[in-house]
Design a protein around this ligand. Structure first.
Ligand SMILES: CC(C)(COP(=O)(O)OP(=O)(O)OC[C@H]1O[C@@H](n2cnc3c(N)ncnc32)[C@H](O)[C@@H]1OP(=O)(O)O)[C@@H](O)C(=O)NCCC(=O)NCCS
Length: 188
């Protein structure tokens, strides 16, 4: 457990009033808390879920997350600079957002510099589009600021609807990594 131990309760009444979901529930109450070591298997799953699959394309094999270019987002979780949050509904994890630093010699897809952590996020499919991702984005920014980070970066395929979420949260397109956008947000 790190210094951000307080669990906060969020209500979708604040984030997505009026939406319905595949579970037939109109509003969800979910909690957000810090990632701990027991969440690491879920984090691997969220890493897999975070990969964008364009329409009509086959899903990636699950083992892909073990490839070094992806595994580095989770491997050895808990090192200096790592910050992560889990959203829970009915005591089950339903989403995660996490920040990790990379460096020039070992860049992430969204790398901008050695002091800017890269953000990764995913929500379990049945729970998407109901405000959980927005709440995670908001909360992780507060954690990042409190930690002393000045900027955040990320990588997104411009066709991914997640791009709209990032733009809403003030991320701007600053470059490309292959076919993906690198986006950055100043926190100060
Ligand atoms: C992106 C994601 C974390 C957002 O969480 P969420 O709880 O669905 O988000 P919210 O309900 O708070 O906000 C809705 C926004 O999320 C994004 N979103 C919603 N469903 C999505 C989906 N199936 N895939 C990608 N983004 C989605 C859109 O930007 C949407 O905004 P819009 O209503 O203007 O289209 C979640 O949808 C997800 O896990 N998507 C698949 C994984 C992914 O694309 N991760 C990002 C990789 S860069």
């Amino acid at each position: 457990m790190n210094e951000y131990a307080t669990a906060i309760t969020c209500s979708l009444l604040n984030y997505g009033a009026g939406m319905s979901n595949k579970l037939g529930v109109k509003y969800l109450n979910f909690t957000i808390r810090d990632i701990n070591q027991y969440d690491i298997p879920f984090l691997w799953e969220m890493l897999y879920q975070a990969m964008y699959v364009p329409e009509g394309q086959k899903p990636f094999p699950r083992e892909i997350v073990l490839e070094p270019f992806l595994a580095k987002y989770v491997n050895g979780w808990g090192r200096a600079g790592d910050i992560g949050l889990i959203a829970k509904y009915n005591n089950q994890p339903v989403g995660a957002v996490w920040l990790r630093l990379f460096d020039e010699a070992n860049k992430g897809f969204g790398y901008v510099d050695d002091t800017t952590p890269e953000l990764s996020i995913a929500v379990v499919e049945d729970y998407r589009g109901q405000g959980i991702g927005s709440a995670l984005m908001r909360e992780i920014e507060d954690r990042a600021r409190a930690y002393g980070y000045q900027k955040l970066c990320l990588s997104v395929d411009p066709r991914n609807p997640a791009r709209r979420l990032y733009e809403r949260y003030g991320y701007i397109h600053v470059g490309w990594c292959d076919t993906s956008w690198t986006m950055k947000k100043d926190l100060v």
